[in-house]
Ligand binder design. Sequence first.
Ligand SMILES: Nc1ncnc2c1ncn2[C@@H]1O[C@H](COP(=O)(O)OP(=O)(O)OP(=O)(O)O)[C@@H](O)[C@H]1O
Ligand SMILES: [Mg+2]
Length: 699
Amino acid sequence: MDKILEVKNLRVAFRTTNGTLKAVRNISFDLERGKTLAIVGESGSGKSVTSKAVIGILAGNSIVEGGEILYDGKDLLRISEDEMHKIRGDKISMIFQDPLSSLNPIVKIGKQITEAMLLKSKTNRSEAKKVYKQTLAELKRNMIAAEGAGSEAKVNALCKQLDEICVEATKLEKDYTDSVNAANELVGDMDELIFLAGKKQNCDPVASVKDYQKRMTQVKNDRLTAAYAQELTEADAALATALEVAVQAKGAELKLPENAVENLRKVQSLLKEIAEQQKPDFVEEVSQQKDPYFMNEFMESATKGVEYSFNRALAKKKDVLAELPALRTFFEGDFTRAEAQKRCKEISSTIRESIDRLEIIKDSAAYAFESSLSDAIDRFFSYQANNVKEEKRFARQTKKREALVARGKHVEWKVVPKNVYSVDMLRGNILTVVDRLNERYTAAVEAASQMDFQQRAAGIVTYLKQRGAETVHYITPGMAREKAIKLMEEVGIHEPRTRFYQYPFEFSGGMRQRIVIAIALAANPDILICDEPTTALDVTIQAQILELINKLKAERNLSVIFITHDLGVVANMADDIAVMYAGKIVEYGTADDIFYDPRHPYTWALLSSMPDLETTEKLDAIPGTPPNMIYPPVGDAFADRNKYAMKIDFEQQPPMFKISETHSAATWLLHPDAPKVELPAIITNRIARMKKAGGEQDA
Ligand SMILES: Nc1ncnc2c1ncn2[C@@H]1O[C@H](COP(=O)(O)OP(=O)(O)OP(=O)(O)O)[C@@H](O)[C@H]1O
Ligand SMILES: [Mg+2]
């Protein structure tokens, strides 16, 4: 299982004038690569706060009381705004309920889509260059170490040659990409001209076609000219004809005669054919030319280097594992801040050495260990100091109020409730960081014997090639426009070329949401967070948007977090479902677990209030209201509204009971001593119906 995002023990509170509101109370979940996780719950359950924490846009009065959000070797709760800015939109994108809130009303749609693309292009290039250099240097270090004394000259020569090959390949790549881009841009510009001429809007076909002729030379690089000599000659001829026709027609009513359009279309299809051919592997090509045996030789040495780096890190991982129990015991006992930070520093230096820097998918638990632990330690002390202050304030205010009341005064104000943190919770924050790394490293050590170093080395060379190529990828406004138009088509906007030049108010709600999705996808993110993306839309449009998100997820291998208050919405799209109530996850499982085997009374209530086509029973609205989260209940937060509640539900919070590998729920009903409770009839009936429908589909 490949986790792209992990949220562990997240706690978020908000300072308000009435006290501290506990919005998210210790939730954990994983997002698997390429999967959809739905977070479902009533209004106020903490769904949006959770997603905002992930992309780092919590309100100013928020307090992150604990937890980690791990992504790509980082803990997103502990990185700088600069770093977060690179991730937000680029790697993790978000769409909100109200599309208008994400759109600038006075900027044309096209510009809003292209802006993001143009902005990112330059930073991506320099980032790629940096990563390329670092990775090659790291590889070289390990190759030398692996091959032993005296290998330096040989390895240096190998790496130098690879670098030269990459540089040369990059030049070819740039040349080639320039031509392909020029071809694509020409195709787009011709579309634009045909479009404008059709509307008889300001355009000058003669000048445009002359310009195209000039730009044809940019398409002709050596490789393409050799491979497409015939096509290019035909294209030149067609352009010449188009120009002739356009010149003759000048002044006539039709600005671009049919004949010219036909010829332009012909040029377009020739150029498209050229632009759409499979991109060559330039590194392979150059290295073959220079020395057919080079790559083999390099790979042999690289494999040794990769193995060396892996094993060295593995040995250190074992050292770390040996030290963790003592560290855990230390944090279970009494300690001062200085002692704790010293222990944190010490182990972190071993952990840094235990990271295999040649690993392409980074292990966030290791990379973020020091910052997470150090923060948890700081919070351990500062929140306890805060407790003391809070107690004093509370006592002071209470005394003051009581004194006033005793004097018979009418007191308007209330005492703001105490916001004190339990030492157990603060310690738990620390222990989680330790336990998680323990879990990770244990698994890594177990998996080590299966490692295929040849494959790993090949992976790194591919990675180098990709970063090398990225250093020359750039995007011009014309290309951004064509990409945006493709994207608009992808999200189902008809006549994108017209729509490109319109303002948000010229779109319907559903179309606007499609645009927002296009903007969210512009940077090609890994993760898409959808916060009630269909709530503001009517039912048929809702279904279309859901279908679109599903389609994009599959095509782009996106990982999706889908937030909604309506279980029905996610029935056909979620792989996993987290049911949230009062800032906690009360049930977690696969979609099948939740729909066919729900265990928490709150999940039952959600299922009961979910309409389906054949419901004959009266739908149960969930009675009562969620608790005030400034005073979270001591027991199960749902107890007040739960007709199955037992005494203990009002006294103690239920732990997460594990039902299966994938399924768990926090309700005392799962305790071995709890009375057996029958599922409500409305749900058993529904499950029977779903099973029947499913069975028919399978048959
Ligand atoms: N900036 C803030 N200041 C104070 N309280 C806040 C703030 N933002 C959110 N909250 C509170 O946090 C709790 C969780 O809010 P959140 O927006 O996550 O709910 P939600 O599950 O997304 O609900 P909805 O379905 O209404 O969007 C609510 O009680 C809300 O009032
Ligand atoms: Mg919300």
